[in-house]
Structure formats: C-alpha cells, structure tokens
Design a protein around this ligand. Structure first.
Ligand code: PEP
Ligand code: MG
Length: 318
C-alpha cells in the first residue's frame, strides 16, 4: 500500500474524468516544504509565517524574511501562498509584550495586529514581494473580517511596492492577493470580498471555532467542534459559490482539507485547491484519482441536505 501510494508522487491530482484539484501542503519551515514535495504536493497552500517570528529573538528583518521565503519558493516554485503574520490569540513572541486582553481570540491578532504596526507589516510585505521573483508567490491576509481591513492591507502592500520601486529592487508587480475566509462575517459576505481579491483560502479551523463559538483547543467541548455542522458546510459552499461566480479560486487550508472523506466532499462542493499536512497528500490524492466529478457533486449535494454533523458523516462514509 505504501509503495503504491509512493508511486503517485509525480502524478498531479485530478478526478477520473479529468477535473484537476491542486493538492498543496501547509508548512511552517523549509524542512516541511521538502516534505510536501517528497509526498507529491505541487505547491504550498499555506505558509504560516508566524513560525519564523516565534523562532527568532527579534522581529525578523525584511532581508531575513526575503531569504527565508526565497528558500521555500525555490523548493516549490509552481505556487507558494505566503500568509502574513498571524500572531496574537494564543501565539506569542518572546521579544514582544502583547497587551492583556479579555478575549485574546477575539482580540488584536493577525491582520489587526499588522495594521496597528505598519512598519512591521511593511517589512514583511517587502520580504514577500522580493521573494516573488523566484517563483509564483501569492500573498494572503489572515483573519480579515471586513472590507476596510482588506483595503487597508492592500494600501500597505502598495506602499511596499512603491518602496521597492524606489530602491530599484525587483518583484512581481502582478502578485496575486487573497484572504483567508475564517471568520463567519467574511464567509457570509464572500460575494463582496470576491470582487476585491484574486483568491480565497478557507481556514476551517478558525471558521469552526468562530461559527460555533467553540475554542478549538478545549478538549472538554471538542464534541461541539463540528466541521460537518450544516452551518459550516453552508458557509463553505457560499464562499466557494461566490468565488466561482467571480472567476477566482477558492481553496481550503484548514484540517478538513487533509481528511480524505472531507477532501472528496470539498472537491464536490467545487473547491479548487486543498492544502494539508504533507503526510496526508498521498492518501487524499489516491481517493481523488479514484473518484468521478459527477459522483462527488452528487455526494456533496446529499451531504448538504443533512441536518446534523452526525448525519453528514454517515452520508460521507457511505
Ligand atoms: C485555519 O484557521 O483553518 C487555518 C488554516 O489557520 P491556523 O490553523 O493557522 O489558524
Ligand atoms: Mg486560522
């Protein structure tokens, strides 16, 4: 079985009837990027950049970031989605004191922190832009909840580009810009966001947490954390439909994407790209190669009609 899966390494993922699905990896380091490649992933769907910040003893400079991203992009130049810093919540930095918050997961994290600390944000965006000459780099903003934030982030990106132009440093002028859809407000208004970005990536970990008001790390209430809850499935479908209606790609980079049954469901809903831990890529690829798109669409339609996560799972398991 292992040997059979290993043979799929060089095969791009597509259904039996030729519907292509990008199978990418979630990474936080160069080492993990090699694992994705070794497991037959053709790109990075989520580079969690906070890991570089957490491993450092200072805010990484533009130059340090550029070098770090460049090494990763050179391993998988076909596509690397670099997510800007998602710090705060439970992710702290040894060299920075975050203000105490009553509700850190509802507080100043991710894009909110970056927009409040523009110099840090600018340094990261310049590092990302510089890496964009080494492969197809896309930039992605986490935890976006309204359009003003997206527009403000794009304005800082424009500043970063202008600074590089002035310095005569090359970058891809047409770098694609996307957002994570991981807050219900963004999923519900996905049609509005779709007009102002090049792609979506659905973060089902936070989307489940925020939609059901369930701490994703709390074992005592883990039974309430339900990716197959009808509300989650509807939010995912709304997001994917909005992307398709506007001609942009929608991916999924939460844990859901790496579950083989759920990966088939997501493909049937119309997701273009699934990003997961490297180790899950061969299994998911195997299942997709063995499925037909019409059968996955029918499966998705049946799952979308269920009323509980338990029912959905039953349908999914056939
Ligand atoms: C998510 O929220 O689903 C996600 C992929 O991001 P993270 O797990 O880093 O919050
Ligand atoms: Mg998240």
């Amino acid at each position: 079985e292992k040997a059979r899966l290993a043979q799929l390494k060089g095969v791009p993922a597509a259904t039996r009837d030729g519907h292509a699905v990008k199978l990418f990896g979630n990474v936080g380091s160069l080492q993990e990027t090699h694992w994705v490649k070794d497991n037959g992933g053709f790109g990075v769907g989520l580079l969690r950049t906070e890991l570089i910040y957490m491993d450092s003893d200072h805010f990484p400079t533009e130059e340090e970031q550029y070098n770090y991203y460049k090494d990763i992009v050179e391993v998988l130049p076909d596509e690397v989605i670099i997510r800007t810093l998602d710090i705060g919540g439970d992710k702290m930095l040894p060299y920075y004191t975050f203000p105490k918050e009553m509700n850190p997961f509802l507080g100043c994290r991710a894009i909110r922190f970056c927009l409040n600390n523009e110099d840090l944000f600018l340094a990261q965006l310049k590092g990302i832009l510089r890496a964009s000459v080494h492969g197809k780099v896309k930039v992605m903003f986490p935890m976006v909840s309204n359009l003003e934030e997206l527009r403000a982030a794009k304005a800082v990106l424009a500043k970063a580009k202008e600074a590089l132009r002035t310095e005569g440093i090359p970058f891809n002028e047409k770098i694609q810009v996307g957002i994570m859809i991981e807050i219900p407000a963004a999923a519900i208004a996905a049609d509005l966001f779709a007009k102002e970005v090049d792609f979506f990536s659905i973060g089902t970990n936070d989307l489940c947490q925020y939609t059901s008001a369930v701490d994703r790390m709390n074992a005592d209430i883990a039974h309430l954390y339900q990716p197959l809850h009808p509300s989650i499935l509807r939010l995912i479908k709304m997001t994917v439909d909005a992307a398709n209606a506007n001609g942009i790609e929608a991916g999924v980079c939460g844990e859901m994407a790496g579950d083989p049954d759920m990966a088939l469901l997501l493909t049937g809903i119309g997701v273009h790209e699934l990003s997961m831990s490297a180790s899950m890529i061969p299994k998911v690829k195997d299942r997709i190669l063995a499925s037909g798109m019409e059968e996955l669409k029918a499966l998705a339609a049946r799952v979308m009609e269920t009323s509980t996560a338990e029912e959905a799972l039953k349908v999914l398991k056939g």
